[in-house]
Design a protein around this ligand. Sequence first.
Ligand code: SAH
Ligand code: DHB
Ligand code: MG
Length: 223
Amino acid sequence: MDPQIFDKTDQYIADLFVEDDVALRTTLESVEKNNIPNISISATQGKLLQVLAKACNAKRILELGTLVGYSTIWLARSIPDDGALITIEYEEKHVALARQNINNAGLTHKVEIRTGKALDILPKLEQENAGPFDLIFIDADKPPYLEYFNWAIRLSRPGSIIVADNVIRAGKVLDPNSEDEAVKGVQRLNNFLAVCKEVTATIIQTVGTKEHDGMVIAFVNGK
Ligand code: SAH
Ligand code: DHB
Ligand code: MG
């Protein structure tokens, strides 16, 4: 098999379904120029998030892990002008770049960046009655993924969709004895989801321009 086949196919899908876009291109350039880790979602994954947001008629979105705002832009574009997206990020450098990129994309009116640790901000959102969110995208640090997911359930409603990125980690999740804290974190979430009655969930493998990985897609059941 052509070792490039997944990459080429991802490009084929992007050519079909992703329009060339200055704001998104500038955002990815800001990753390169500022020595930021190259861990934004891919274009085809951005399009998938848009499809999911539209499928649940999302008006309110919560994101954990902004980086420089690439996934934020995809998600914010999927909600109406009177919708709102809250995104949580604790690195000041990332927040500053994200602000620029989101502004450059003309989305500042829909996006609120909350600076701080996700586990500090999530209880505040609950106190503020900021929810329920229609779609929640979990993409911050991996060890507390189960805690993040439980917060996502609390801040959702029946019918919400919860997505969690990077839950396959190039197949490293197959090793039950892994000592990698990120792998252990996502395994804990995946094993919980296998028995959780509050959601209907699965994982799709993601391959292509990014390393082999996967996304949890979960539908919040009626309570
Ligand atoms: N969603 C982005 C990529 C996020 S990368 C995209 O696809 O474009 C993960 C981000 O989470 C990084 O910017 C990192 O600084 C941030 N992060 C990691 N741990 C965090 C925490 N505990 N609280 C808030 N942000 C965190
Ligand atoms: C990592 C984090 C991500 O959000 C991602 O998409 C890829 C890798 C990481 O921390 O390794
Ligand atoms: Mg990710």
